[in-house]
Design a protein around this ligand. Structure first.
Ligand SMILES: *Cc1c(COP(=O)(O)O)cnc(C)c1O
Length: 479
């Protein structure tokens, strides 16, 4: 048995595979975005017979067919979805290279080229966010969840000097984490994982635009201080997952500074605009944060799992993750400190950063600026077209996310559910239903760089058609 197969076979398989993948990549648009799934049907398609050997081609056929039939096609231009992109082609190539070389990034000495590329990318992206170079540090993570957990751990190590040795025993009271009611649940999960518990998270009220209200934040902090609690971290969301709201980080940073609280900016999605000349102003003030979460696998159009934790506190990651008993800040210059095992949650780890490095080599900053700006433009156009067709917007963001419903049905969950389910049924496009405040809206986000005005028109036509059917079915006549 040879795991390598033979050279001749391999060449045939590479060709076979590239034909299959190219066919999917080039023709994503002509398949349905989604199938209304049934678990029994899915399980029927999974071959679990490992007593028979088969050709790699046969295995490829099975898997490609299964994924084609039973997945929401996030690379489709009519996927107006969550922040799951179509992967740029160079980033797909990157994953193939990484799998083949399988470099081990745990320690510098095993993969210096790869470790240094990731280090350089963290510096470059950190600069785009406005951090100053000698202070920038960070790590590639598997996602925003790991990056937010990293942030919480660094905040704990920053606040409690004995935390590395004593863990939660070094914590003298009840640490509190603040984030807005519209923030991602990754924060609460991080609190749960690291032993502080769900109740350590306080959700701060948001205004009509889903942004955190700074004076409410300060009131909560004062209230907690009066009870002897320890304000530990504030999470400012720089583009909420639902409505795309950007918290007022400048005002929040003043409060963070006043009470010496670690400020974390969750820019998992919205951070991408710092790569554009025109829209980078939207993230102004983010450089005041102590740390930042930024997902490349959202708006930078690279495959999962590619995210970054970036900080302006050079020594905090080593303090948090180094396993040497007595961490000395001067060790930071040692190249061994660049390896992920002393620097992040992970030990063995893959070359995550290559998925960002390859498209940057191919398209440059300019390519990202153009692509992200195009998506911003499509978002503005979508909003205008919706309004022109009697759909009312219930969110207010410059980011390309529209939360909307029919003017008449803003308080009726049945309507948005009907539209959502109807799309699942027909597979022509994908969007979700999502409540903004007390309004049951539909949410469409431009996640795909291939989405053009023609695709927007297609969505609007489908929405109009479905709304008309709903009205007819419910005997609703618009006067
Ligand atoms: C997506 C998202 C997360 C979670 O990130 P993953 O990459 O899914 O782990 C956290 N915060 C925000 C604001 C997000 O949009």
């Amino acid at each position: 048995m040879i795991f390598d197969l033979e050279t001749k076979q391999r060449k045939e398989i590479w060709n076979y595979l590239s034909e299959k993948l190219e066919s999917y990549y080039a023709n994503t648009e002509i398949i349905d975005v989604v199938n209304n799934e049934n678990r029994a049907e899915v399980l029927k398609t999974i071959d679990a017979d490992f007593n028979t050997a088969r050709s790699t081609e046969e295995a490829i056929d099975k898997v490609v067919k299964g994924l084609k039939q039973h997945a929401v096609h996030t690379p489709h231009p009519l996927y107006y979805g969550m922040f799951n992109p179509r992967s740029s082609f160079p980033s797909i190539v990157a994953d193939a290279i990484t799998a083949t070389f399988n470099p081990q990034l745990a320690a510098w000495g095993h993969a210096p080229y790869a470790v240094e590329i990731e280090h350089m990318l963290i510096q470059e992206i950190g600069k785009k966010f406005g951090y100053e170079q000698p202070n920038i540090d960070g790590v590639f993570t598997t996602g925003g969840q790991e990056a937010n957990l990293t942030a919480l751990l660094t905040a704990l190590n920053n606040k409690f000097s004995d935390y590395a040795e004593e863990g939660l025993h070094a914590v003298s009271g009840t640490p509190i984490i603040y984030c807005s009611k519209a923030s991602h649940h990754a924060t609460i999960k991080a609190a749960k994982i690291c032993g502080l518990g769900i109740n350590s998270v306080k959700y701060i009220e948001v205004d009509d635009n889903q942004k955190m209200i700074p004076f409410k934040l300060e009131n909560e902090i004062l209230n907690d201080l009066s009870k002897g609690k320890i304000p530990l971290m504030i999470v400012s969301t720089m583009g909420t997952t639902g409505a795309g709201a950007i918290d007022p980080i400048n005002e929040i940073s003043v409060i963070a500074k006043k009470y010496s609280i670690w400020l974390h900016a969750d820019a998992a999605y919205g951070g991408a605009v710092v790569l554009t000349q025109k829209y980078k102003y939207l993230q102004k003030g983010i450089e005041k944060a102590d740390s930042i979460t930024f997902d490349a696998h959202k708006w930078l159009s690279v495959p999962m799992a590619t995210s970054m934790f970036i900080t302006k506190h050079r020594n905090i990651l080593s303090k948090t993750f180094s396993i040497t008993a007595n961490f000395m800040p001067q060790e930071e210059d040692d190249i061994s400190k660049l390896g992920s095992y002393t620097h992040s949650i992970q030990w063995s780890r893959r070359f995550i950063g290559l998925k960002l490095y390859m498209p940057l080599l191919v398209f440059g900053w300019k390519g990202f600026d153009e692509t992200i700006s195009h998506q911003m433009k499509m978002g503005q156009l979508l909003k205008r077209k919706l309004e022109a067709n009697n759909w009312k917007l219930y969110n207010n963001t410059e980011l390309p996310i529209a939360c909307f419903t029919d003017v008449e049905f803003g308080n009726e969950p049945e309507f948005s559910t009907y539209i959502y389910e109807s799309f699942l049924e027909t597979g022509e496009a994908w969007l979700i239903n999502y409540p903004v405040g007390n309004k049951f809206t539909l949410r469409a986000c431009i996640t795909n760089y291939n989405t053009t005005e023609a695709h927007l028109d297609k969505l609007i036509n489908l929405l109009n058609k479905k709304r008309a059917i709903y009205k007819k079915e419910h005997n609703l006549v618009t006067i």
